[in-house]
Design a protein around this ligand. Structure first.
Ligand code: FUL
Length: 513
């Protein structure tokens, strides 16, 4: 009965607030009073017949991962000291000598920037290992860092755990140092290294497999070019099962998943149309069609979360000459809209410098970006406001208020079989806004393929203000400022019922201008 009481309360408050200007609409909404008495049975009806999930849905772990929204990359290795992006593999470990390494500084900077996980390059393409691996001499143990007693992976993991960040490891499949690269023996070496990393450092949340592969390198002194068969060489399935066996619950990134996928560029943006579903049979690690990865596939047979990787600087590794080229707070804000705002996860790289610290400029930019995002999304004008379906009088249901309850776990879908539905929000008074958030209940699958947003004009006509295709976990829209009390969204799916979990209405922070 609490449900009925709160519905009646909403109705009463809502009716008191109506003004003459919206008389006609008010009359339509007065049917809501009648609907209030029906609301209890409507809710019972919808909970008795929950929407069946689609065949392809995210796992519980994937759902939680998507909600992290923004995570970070730490590219730090011998390249930091040579000024290169890709080391050849013949660099002396003696070059690795950070003077003030402080992994807690990385973690605190990331945390203050809203990043929920950090992924460290434990070994980049040059083969140098940031931990004292028992399987190679090409590591920190032969560097001056802490007189060869250092373990950067340990320091990194401890700092993440201390400050509550999730941990991810990048271990380059391509190894330009190793003599056996290209032969089956190297795969054994690679698996041995994975086993060290995944058994000696506690819980690891993500393993990141790079698609960059093969070419020239030092290869133990051979100094030649080696190519591998991208489809067969690594035996990816056996690597993935080793990783999952050693760290149950870990999520694996690669061009082809199995949990998280590349979005086809290293500029940090997903396609404006972005399906988390994709046809896995079309993906090969290191040789997938980037355009396909950037959009996905509504008929895909796998759910692979899109991860948008990008560096805060032009390079992945720190280069002093790029100190003036650090992305500005507004550039980072733009990336947030193009990644998280397009149903992806933003993976932002923060490369420590030769001291072993994230440069002050990068830290400041990340902090300023975070404060802009926080202030833009601080006040959701739609939260708790009345949402009812359509102007189709026969079809009022109060269950549509699930889209303004602030919970992405609740959802609303048409009570009858239809592919297109519309929900009208009443903000209770006229407000200015220029940011819109839409969310789908992705645990039921990604359904919506098209949406249109309208505001109501003084003459009660609906005027279109934005339109788009996919929504997924989250879609953020930047529009010119509007002033309105009533907002309508029409949303549709192909051949199935669409479902929405949240609609948010915001005004951007002044700093976004
Ligand atoms: C690429 C690598 O080649 C880059 O150096 C960097 O690590 C980036 C994240 O992935 O494929």
């Amino acid at each position: 009965m609490d449900f009925l009481k709160s519905s009646l309360h909403l109705c009463t408050a809502d009716h008191k607030a109506y003004d003459a200007h919206h008389m006609k609409l008010r009359n339509r909404f007065s049917i809501i009073t009648l609907a209030c008495t029906l609301a209890f049975s409507a809710a019972t009806e919808s909970s008795a017949q929950p929407l069946a999930p689609l065949k392809v849905v995210p796992s519980i772990e994937q759902q939680a991962y998507q909600q992290l929204e923004t995570i970070g990359f730490i590219h730090f290795s011998i390249n930091t000291f040579t000024g290169k992006e890709w080391g050849y593999g013949d660099e002396s470990p003696a070059l690795f000598n950070p003077t003030a390494l402080n992994a807690e500084q990385w973690v605190i900077a990331a945390k203050e920037g809203g990043l929920k996980e950090l992924i460290l390059t434990t070994k980049h393409h040059d083969g140098f290992c940031l931990w004292p691996s028992a399987f190679t001499e090409h590591s920190v143990k032969n560097s001056p860092y802490k007189n060869g007693k250092g373990d950067v992976v340990r320091e990194f993991v401890d700092a993440c755990h201390k400050h509550g960040l999730k941990v991810g490891f990048y271990l380059s499949p391509w190894d330009r140092n190793h003599a056996d690269y290209g032969k089956p023996e190297y795969i054994t070496y690679y698996k041995n290294q994975l086993t060290e990393l995944l058994t000696q450092y506690g819980k690891v949340d993500e393993m990141w497999f790079d698609g960059a592969n093969g070419g020239d390198g030092y290869y133990g002194g051979a100094r030649e070019s080696r190519t591998i068969d991208r489809e067969t060489y690594y035996q990816w399935e056996s690597i993935f099962s080793l990783v999952k066996k050693l760290q149950p619950g870990i999520l694996i990134f690669s061009d082809a998943g199995p949990d998280i996928r590349w979005v086809g560029n290293e500029h940090g943006y997903a396609g404006e149309t972005f399906w988390s579903t994709i046809d896995k049979s079309k993906l090969v690690i290191g040789a997938s069609d980037s355009d396909y990865l950037n959009v996905g596939d509504p008929n895909g047979n796998a759910w692979l979360i899109g991860q948008c990787d990008v560096s805060i600087r032009p390079g992945w590794f720190y280069h002093p000459e790029q100190d003036s080229l650090v992305k500005s707070p507004l550039q980072l804000v733009d990336l947030y809209y193009k990644s998280v705002g397009r149903n992806g996860v933003l993976l932002l790289n923060l490369p420590p410098d030769k001291r072993g610290l994230i440069h002050e400029t990068d830290v400041a930019s990340l902090k300023a970006y975070k404060s802009i995002i926080d202030s833009t999304f601080h006040t959701n004008l739609a939260l708790g406001k009345v949402a009812s379906i359509s102007m189709d009088k026969s079809n009022y249901r109060f269950a549509a208020r699930d889209v303004t309850d602030g919970k992405s776990s609740t959802n609303w879908y048409p009570p009858v079989d239809k592919e297109t539905e519309d929900v009208v929000l009443d903000l209770g008074a006229e407000f200015a806004f220029d940011r819109i958030m839409l969310q789908e209940p992705v645990f039921l699958g990604q359904r919506i393929s098209h949406f249109i947003l309208y505001v109501q004009e003084a003459d009660e006509e609906w005027r279109e203000i934005a339109a788009g295709t996919t929504i997924g976990y989250k879609r953020l829209l930047r529009i010119n400022e509007e002033r309105a009390r009533f907002i309508k969204i029409i949303f549709s799916a192909e051949g199935i019922k669409p479902a929405l979990s949240e609609i948010g209405i915001f005004h951007s922070a002044d700093a976004e201008k």
